[in-house]
Ligand binder design. Structure first.
Ligand SMILES: Cc1ncc(C[n+]2csc(CCOP(=O)(O)OP(=O)(O)O)c2C)c(N)n1
Ligand code: SF4
Ligand SMILES: [Mg+2]
Length: 300
């Protein structure tokens, strides 16, 4: 008799995110939440500022999440989480993991002051930024996380974004916090491992998750995972960790770094770019990659 092949689950089985949420098809931010909650578990409280995720969850009293959510003002994710953590401790709850869950606009731009304060104090919270590279909830406006060359409604084709994406991870590293990591929804095991690791560390933890938005990127919903893997393989978004502010670890090593063309080609937001502009972007990716490799190798 033929032996039955058994598949082994590589992610925790527990689901704290249910069907019935309000996200668009192929939403990377939604996958990010599902995977993060698998790692965080039931004893979690979320602070979510204005962003797609303040809608995705569903209208009160309904919620697609099985953990409590505190909906806070746009600029206050980090500091609301700090306050919530302090309040829980006052009533004797030292176990709940408090997570600030914000978009790139709420992190790189409008919430950066509150985040900087929380990180400087090393408050015991986890901050997770899901990065869809624009203000999506309000209609695809440019943020400082929008990459060079991208179309958005405030950087229309002839005036595409001409500034590079802000290096938020470097800014967080300058705060000397105990744990920083990048993650991608295309590498869920890596993402879950990092959230689990962050959960066990005291102090401010910062995770930066790459999360495609088919609506804002003008790409096919079924390409979300493909893009989330390509962006790591071409080193636009390398997966790495920074522990105690200076120990760099590269999590996905690249035997062959892929060119960025194929990644750009399947996203309408980059359709207008000329070969010259793409060559310039490739050069910038190469420079950043070399810089990261130096950091990884010098801090081992
Ligand atoms: C103080 C303040 N300014 C502006 C807004 C309007 N607003 C709500 S959500 C949002 C965009 C959020 O972008 P991001 O943080 O990247 O999350 P995403 O929508 O992309 O998920 C904006 C501008 C607001 N709610 N409060
Ligand atoms: S607009 Fe983008 S980020 Fe927002 S729910 Fe839709 S796919 Fe997700
Ligand atoms: Mg965004």
């Amino acid at each position: 008799m033929k032996k039955e092949k058994k598949m082994k689950l590589s992610l925790p089985e527990q689901e704290l995110m249910n069907s019935g949420h309000l996200a668009c098809q192929g939403c990377g931010a939604t996958l990010a939440m599902r995977f993060a909650l698998k790692a965080l578990g039931q004893k979690t409280a979320l602070c979510i500022p204005a962003c797609c995720w303040s809608v995705i969850d569903g209208p009160f009293p309904y919620s697609s999440l099985d953990v409590p959510i505190f909906h806070c003002a746009f600029e206050t994710a980090a500091v609301s989480a700090s306050g919530l953590k302090a309040g829980l401790e006052m009533v004797g709850d030292t176990e709940t993991t408090v997570v600030a869950w914000a978009g790139d606009g709420g992190t790189f731009d409008i919430g950066i002051q509150a985040l900087s304060g929380t990180a400087e104090r090393n408050d015991d919270i986890m901050y997770i930024c899901y990065d869809n590279e624009a203000y999506m909830n309000t209609g695809i406006q440019r943020s400082s996380a929008t990459p060079y060359g991208a179309w958005t409604t405030t950087t229309p084709v002839k005036h595409f974004k001409s500034r590079p994406k802000k290096d938020m991870v470097a800014i967080m590293a300058a705060h000397y916090i105990p744990y920083i990591a990048t993650a991608s929804v295309g590498y869920p095991e890596d993402l879950v491992r990092k959230v689990k690791k962050a959960k066990e560390i005291k102090g401010t933890k910062f995770l930066h998750i790459y999360a495609p938005c088919p609506v804002g990127w003008k790409c096919r919903p079924e390409d979300t995972i493909k893009l989330s893997r390509m962006v790591v393989q071409n080193a636009i978004f390398p997966l790495y960790e920074i522990e105690d502010s200076d120990k760099y670890t590269l999590n996905i090593k690249l035997r062959e770094k892929k060119p960025i063309n194929d990644y750009l080609k399947i996203q309408g937001r980059f359709r207008h770019l000329t070969e010259k502009e793409i060559a310039f972007m490739q050069g910038e990716v190469d420079k950043k990659w070399e810089k990261l490799l130096k950091l990884v190798n010098s801090k081992q």
